[in-house]
Each structure stands twice: as C-alpha cells, then as structure tokens.
Design a protein around this ligand. Structure first.
Ligand SMILES: [Zn+2]
Length: 161
C-alpha cells in the first residue's frame, strides 16, 4: 500500500490494559478491539524529554541532546512497551543531529541499537547488515579504532551507553 508514494510501515503495539496486539498507525489513537481501552498517543510519554532536547539544541549542547534522544530511542523500541512511530521520528532526528555535528559515539550507538533490534526480531539469526557496514564506515572515517574493535568483534552491547 502506498500513501504519498511512501511505503506504509506496519508496527505492532500491545494494549496497555489487556496485552492484546494491534497494528499501530502514526497519528492514530487506537481503541482496543478486546477491552475498549484507548491507547496513549504515540510519543505522549516523552513530551517533556523532547522539550528538553529542543532546549539543549538551542543552547548548542548537541552531544547532551543526542544522549537524551538515544535513551528515548531505547525506551521507544523496548519490545514490550514499543512505540514504533515515535521510534522512527527519534531515529530520523538523532541521525540528522549526529551527522550534522559529527557525534560519532551516539551515531554508532544508534546503529548498534538498530542491529540489535533486527537480531531480536529475526530470532537472533541476523549478523550482517547495512547498519553494521555504515557503523564501520563512520568509525573508520573518524579514526576511531576503539569503536572498530568492538564492531568487528561483535561486542555491540559495549557500545551502548
Ligand atoms: Zn485491550
């Protein structure tokens, strides 16, 4: 299905009341088919943190802002309490911030998160990826032997703050 010629991503959410799974849609407050509970709006749990991020960016504290975004990404992609539409937004925001201000550590941590999510979703059978290649390229360009060492030995969890 195509809307505005962009592929529609389908993500699964879990009812906060009864735990049944449903398809999450961006900008839609889902009502549970099973128990009728209205689900929280995507990103509504992180409004204060996002204001903090804006303030930090205004004050040119880019690295600190990226740290907060990474923590939000971790929470938004938690396999139990996932908020995938919000995770997608955080991902785009954080990636742009990292590229613009050359925040190598946070950029690598974000890519490592993506690798770990893909591994989890595929039941652990996922080892080589575009994300890994990008992470290696970014670390190489930045001359970060320490990061490369972890990436090449798959010591990925060490790279997550
Ligand atoms: Zn429910």
């Amino acid at each position: 299905m195509l809307i505005n010629s962009k592929p529609v991503r389908i993500f699964m959410g879990m009812c906060i009341e009864c735990g049944i799974y449903f398809e999450e849609e961006e900008g839609v407050r889902h009502v549970c088919d099973e128990c009728g509970e209205v689900q929280p709006e995507s990103g509504s749990w992180a409004v204060e943190e996002m204001e903090l991020v804006s303030q930090m960016e205004s004050n040119e504290k880019y690295s600190e802002a990226a740290d907060v975004l990474l923590q939000l990404y971790r929470e938004a992609t938690d396999h139990e309490y996932s908020d995938w539409p919000f995770a997608g937004k955080i991902n785009d925001h954080l990636e742009a911030l990292c590229v613009k201000h050359e925040l190598v550590d946070q950029h690598i941590a974000l890519l490592v998160f993506q690798i770990m999510i893909a591994q989890f979703q595929s039941g652990g059978g996922y080892s080589h990826s575009e994300e890994l290649e990008r992470a290696i390229q970014i670390s190489t360009d930045a001359g970060r032997e320490d990061l490369l060492h972890h990436l090449k030995n798959s010591n990925w969890t060490d790279l997550i703050p």
